[in-house]
Design a protein around this ligand. Structure first.
Ligand SMILES: [Fe+2]
Length: 349
């Protein structure tokens, strides 16, 4: 048993060590090496129809895309100072007819999921792809990219980036291009034609950190899900969930971010699941509920919600529902840190 004298001596020692920038591990062991992950943020939810969409339309009258560089609203998780999770940022962007979001590049990887509207394009290193609702677009790190719209009406898409992760690692660089648009380098959708149809060129394809395909049309993903549902093999937690893949390697489309599309049939009640990945999800079609930690979110098309790491979550569908999600799983897998757990408490490393 410790004496009062020992207590005083230790407290005095800890105080002196703190002044020298030294922390005795035994005083912080539980928080430094916990027995299992402590969620890095709380669940969060954003209502598209009531909150995000009206806010974007208001911004459309307030500032031009040129002035703003990007007319983007960041979806901030209230439990964080910035970002949707500790590793991922989520935002919504609006572009109007005649506008150009000027070309730039950065070391953060980005993806888009088109929410509504038609006729806008994303150009990656001078190659355009025209975007339609549900389409998944990849903007790899350090590629020049600009967005524009020549047709009537506005267009809205979700932006997903690994900004918090890259900033945390201290590896952020960015650069503005010399003009608003990069000159056309290839015909639109060249990369999708060359790599994105289950075909590959005969000559060797260089392996890069990211997919050579920039655009994954929704109609193809939806068709695949619809064909697979006939086989009636549903994961008890995730329904019919597929990852977007780099066709050359079979890996994730971006080095740090994984992206997924999943179908939950009407009446689906998922069993609880958790993993070490932090996920941002948005609803492409359908309605239902997401039970995340101690929260229950009722979701409708285009709503966004966060599934924090190591937090039990389950999904329920009142009608056929399609969920797009992205996570830091690609990073965790590379580091050997991905783990998942399903009820009843079976760990798969
Ligand atoms: Fe960007």
């Amino acid at each position: 048993m410790k004496s009062d004298i020992e207590d005083v001596a230790r407290d005095e020692y800890y105080a002196r060590m703190a002044l020298r920038g030294l922390t005795p591990l035994w005083t912080v062991m539980a928080e430094t090496v916990p027995p299992e992950p402590v969620p890095a943020c709380k669940p969060a939810f954003w209502d598209y129809a009531d909150d995000i969409r009206p806010a974007l339309l208001e911004a459309a009258d307030l500032i031009s895309a040129d002035e703003a560089q990007r007319r983007v609203l960041i979806l901030n998780n209230p439990s964080l100072s910035r970002g949707a999770t500790r590793t991922l940022l989520c935002a919504m962007q609006l572009i109007k007819k005649g506008e150009i979001a000027p070309a730039h590049r950065h070391t953060q990887s980005a993806l888009r999921l088109v929410i509504e509207g038609d006729g806008a394009y994303t150009a990656v290193n001078g190659e355009k792809t025209y975007m339609r609702p549900g389409d998944f677009i990849v903007t790899p790190a350090w590629t020049w990219h600009d967005h524009g719209k020549d047709t009537d009406g506005s267009m809205i898409w979700l932006d997903g980036l690994d900004i918090p992760l890259v900033n945390h690692l201290g590896a952020t660089f960015s650069e503005e291009y010399e003009s608003p648009q990069v000159a056309e380098s290839r015909k639109p959708d060249h990369s999708r034609a060359r790599y994105g149809s289950g075909l590959l060129p005969l000559e060797p394809v260089a392996t890069t950190h990211h997919s050579p395909v920039f655009s994954y049309p929704y109609e193809k993903a939806r068709e695949a899900l619809e064909l697979l549902r006939r086989e009636d093999e549903w994961d008890a937690s995730n329904g019919l969930k597929m990852k977007y893949a780099n066709p050359v390697t079979g890996g994730h489309v971006l080095p740090t971010i994984s992206s997924f599309i999943q179908l939950l049939p009407k009446g689906f009640v998922g069993s609880p699941y958790r993993s070490t990945e932090s996920t941002v999800a948005t609803v492409v079609e359908g309605r239902g509920r997401a039970r995340v930690g101690d929260q229950i979110y009722t979701f409708a098309p285009n709503d966004v919600f966060v599934l924090p790491n190591w937090t039990w979550a389950s999904l329920e569908a009142d009608e056929d529902s399609v969920i797009f999600s992205y996570s830091d799983r690609a990073t965790l897998e590379k580091l050997g840190l991905f783990r998942e757990q399903r009820e009843p408490c079976r760990v798969v490393a």
